[in-house]
Structure formats: C-alpha cells, structure tokens
Design a protein. Structure first.
Length: 185
C-alpha cells in the first residue's frame, strides 16, 4: 500500500466500503469512537489506498449522514458512482496534529492500531492469546482475539469483560464469562 506523507503518524478513522446510490456517496466502516466529531463536512483526511488505484492523497468530506445505522460519506471531486467505486478499500486517516485538537476532552476510546498485537490475559495473568483486530459495531464493538490454540474469538469490548486496556504494558485483561471463549470455532 502507498500512503500520503505523514500517514505513519495518523490514525485510522474509517475504511471505505461500497458505493451508495449514484451521487458519489460511499459506505464506511467507522474506526473512531466519535464519528459525530470527526465525520464533519470540511474535514480533510489523508488516504491509504492500493498502489496505482488513483485515489487522491487527501479527500475532503462534503457530506456525512447516517442511513440505517450505516455512515454514508461524500467527498469533494467524487461526483458519481464510478468515482465512488474507485475509493473502495481506501483507509481514511486523520493526522496526529488534527487528532490532538479533536481529542482534547476525549479520554476514552481505542483505535484498532492501539489494540492489535496486545497480549490478551485472564484476570490471573494467564495468557489467553493476542488481540488481532477490532470490529466496530452499531451496538457494541468486538475485540478479535487469536487464542493460544490458534482459534479466533470475538469478545464484546465492554468494561465488564475487558476491564483493563494497558497499551503501555502491551496487554488487555479479558474476564470472559464461562463458555465465551469456548464458542470460538
């Protein structure tokens, strides 16, 4: 993948999915805890897209709306479905400098890149596995955990089940109810 200048010091806000309608809107998988503050017209996002895709290094948001619990975004210079299709799979990034302004009052929420690779431990410190992803949902988020035996488990990312997230120490604590981790297939 190629990325715009500074993308390494940027945070993933959303990943573009399929086009919606004929006016250039796209669906997005949101990777931010506060889409109402970040997905506002005029916001400029750095992009990360496959090499040779023709996706601009930056996209300026002109519209954002919720439709059946799915965010639909429109961008400057993307007037139709064909242009929107060309954006599929593009990652929208916000520069760390921009995040500092937005996040001044935000002390909660985690980004996928903060979590992936963290050790997943039980309350006693026993190794459960490693965090392999974050699935952002309308109702709740799910941590994807690659268990020590190689299976993949989805764990509700709520404080009752994941009471500790310690990025500095490289770990999360998962206090799974009986049977939750055994459901992984």
């Amino acid at each position: 993948m190629t990325s715009s200048t500074g993308a390494s010091s940027a945070r993933l806000v959303a990943r573009i999915g399929k086009p919606h309608g004929i006016r250039g809107e796209v669906t997005v998988q949101v990777h931010t805890d506060d889409p109402l503050s970040r997905l506002v017209p005029g916001a400029v996002f750095e992009t990360e897209a496959p090499s040779g895709s023709g996706v601009p290094r930056e996209l300026t948001l002109v519209s954002a709306r919720l439709h059946r619990d799915i965010w639909l975004l429109g961008f400057e210079g993307i007037p139709d479905r064909t242009g929107a299709e060309g954006l599929r799979g593009t990652r929208l990034l916000l520069a760390e400098d921009d995040l500092a302004e937005v996040d001044e009052d935000d002390d909660e929420g985690w980004y996928e890149e903060d979590l992936v690779g963290l050790r997943a431990e039980g309350p006693s410190g026993a190794l459960i596995g490693e965090v392999s992803g974050l699935h952002v949902g309308a109702a709740q988020d799910l941590l994807a955990v690659r268990l020590a035996d190689g299976r993949e488990a989805l764990v509700p990312f709520v404080e009752a089940i994941v009471p500790v997230v310690d990025v500095a120490d490289g770990r999360v604590v998962i206090d799974a109810p009986p049977g939750l981790l055994e459901l992984a297939e």
